[in-house]
Ligand binder design. Structure first.
Ligand code: ADP
Ligand code: NA
Length: 330
């Protein structure tokens, strides 16, 4: 196609995606499928690096796919699949595990953070080699660009390093990707704790807006968002992180600039801003939720879409894997 290839993955999560996932990641996927040769996957193999209940994993994988489709990820414009449906991910991951140095894997800060919380006996080796599986995910498709948040930059660097190592030992085979850090990517903060990013692992979900929650529940979360004691609706992430977060969400969901929104609320207190963000979100999320529920109502159709995506993905993945094995002497 002449287009650069992007690859991105998202983990299936039990409840649903939150607004940060949508505005920070999924929305960009929808845009990038128009300009890039896009490969998107639900990374269920990554999900089992921490314990998973089988029934829950199956349900959350379908739910993730249904949400991506409902948000506008279009199988006619990209390749959408579930990671475990393409066995080459695990195959290449083993090869990459053997090319990755224990020392370099040990330097991954995300692992250090996560394992510190769980302790060595509570941490799987899979969590340790998670970035190596991620490298395999990317290298399998010769992805040129990997849209990620700043926190994932180190993993893309690791991917380049092990990919380069393969190429220099076995001959030029793998494409070295670049991190594609979206500057305009909205970072969404917790509505109750605007110093922390909105996250599925927040201690309390009072400030986390789940896409599949009832509209009433989300509206209440917006209306009770923490703001400062001032009165002026102004974008100032340092002095007014709560208000600024609401402005970011408002802007992202409407396409209005922050300046335009500030002007609209000139002379008003925070109440009307909160109410309006709640309404705008409700208007956006209602048809989204309906579509998700329709997909979940027809799992056979959903599975067929995913099977087709996996077949498209395997066309590329099996070619890469055959070359890799051949060059290594298998
Ligand atoms: P969480 O932080 O809730 O565990 P994940 O790490 O599973 O979310 O992130 C999935 C995707 O959503 C990633 O691309 C990540 O950058 C994006 N994302 C997660 N939280 C936010 C947020 N608060 N604001 C913007 N993007 C986010
Ligand atoms: Na994260």
């Amino acid at each position: 196609t002449g287009r650069l290839r992007v690859l991105s993955g998202i983990q299936p999560t039990a409840g649903s995606f939150h607004l940060g996932n949508y505005l920070g990641a999924v929305r960009q996927w929808v845009a990038l499928q128009e300009t890039h040769d896009a490969f998107y996957m639900v990374v269920d193999l990554h999900a089992i690096t921490i314990p998973q209940d089988p029934a829950e994993l199956r349900a959350s994988t379908r739910l993730a796919a249904a949400q991506l489709l409902s948000a506008g990820v279009d199988p006619a414009r990209c390749t959408l699949f579930v990671q475990s449906h393409v066995p080459e991910h695990s195959q290449l991951a083993w090869v990459m595990n053997c090319l990755t140095r224990f020392g370099e894997a040990s330097r991954m800060t995300q692992f250090k953070d996560k394992s510190a919380k769980q302790g060595a006996e509570g941490t799987s080796v899979g969590l340790f080699t998670y970035p190596v599986l991620q490298a395999a995910d990317i290298l399998l498709y010769h992805a040129n660009q990997v849209p990620v948040g700043e926190d994932q930059r180190q993993h893309v660097e690791l991917t380049r390093d092990v990919g380069q190592r393969f190429n220099s030992q076995f001959g030029d085979t793998l494409t070295l990707p670049e991190a594609y850090i979206l500057k305009e990517t909205a970072k969404i903060y917790d509505l109750q704790d605007p110093a922390a990013k909105m996250s599925k692992s927040a201690a309390s979900d009072k400030g986390v807006v789940w896409l599949m929650d009832e509209a009433k529940v989300s509206a209440k979360k917006f209306r009770s968002a923490v703001t400062d004691t001032g009165t002026e609706v102004r974008y100032d992430p340092v002095a007014k992180p709560g208000v600024s977060n609401l402005l970011t969400i408002y802007s992202a969901l409407t396409g209005l600039s922050v300046g335009e929104i500030e002007e609209k609320f000139a002379g008003q207190l925070y109440g009307p801003l909160k109410t309006e963000v709640a309404e705008i979100f409700a208007d956006w999320v209602a048809p989204f939720r309906t579509r998700v529920l329709e997909f979940l109502d027809d799992p056979a159709q959903l599975d067929a879409i995913l099977a087709e995506g996996a077949a498209k993905a395997r066309e590329v993945a099996s070619g890469t894997m055959a070359t890799v094995y051949d060059r290594m002497g298998f």
